[in-house]
Design a protein around this ligand. Structure first.
Ligand SMILES: Cc1noc(C)c1-c1cc(NS(=O)(=O)c2ccccc2)cc(C(=O)O)c1
Length: 130
């Protein structure tokens, strides 16, 4: 196996562990699956690019992430969607916005602390060439 494939395989193992850690935190329960359009019928009229942690795990398996930055872009999407769909001053909306921001900060911090900087740089170099 050439070196680049080995690097990307290592990235996928790391990102699956990230997904698992984020999805296992009860605080982030509502981000673990796509928003159910039966439960929330107007969701697709407001949120054009839904994202969730189960979809992200599938994207890892389909080799859709070539660096941690691409993975964090989807975490950002989960967070932005929650802020956009739940803008009210009610405690329910405030709670989901707070949890969305916690998910984003927790994901960035996990990657920053657990991922080698030059490993990410190597992934981004590979990603640029493809
Ligand atoms: C996410 C999201 N974005 O807008 C809203 C609104 C939510 C959201 C959606 C749901 N119900 S759901 O059937 O779509 C679902 C259940 C379990 C996991 C994932 C989604 C529940 C909650 C909640 O706070 O409990 C929040």
């Amino acid at each position: 196996y050439d070196r680049e494939e080995h690097t990307l395989r290592e990235l996928r193992i790391f990102l699956r562990d990230m997904c698992k850690k984020l999805a296992s935190n009860k605080l982030f329960f509502m981000f673990t699956k796509p928003v159910d359009t039966e439960e929330v019928p107007d969701y697709p009229t407001i949120i054009k690019q839904p994202m969730d942690l189960e979809t992200m795990m599938t994207k890892v398996d389909f080799h859709r992430y070539e660096c941690a930055k691409d993975f964090l872009n989807d975490i950002e999407l989960i967070c932005q969607n929650a802020l956009e769909y739940n803008p009210a001053r009610t405690s329910a909306d405030k709670q989901i916005r707070h949890r969305a921001c916690s998910l984003r900060d927790y994901a960035y911090t996990l990657i920053k602390t657990e991922m080698d900087t030059d490993f990410e740089e190597k992934c981004q170099e590979i990603s640029k060439k493809r």
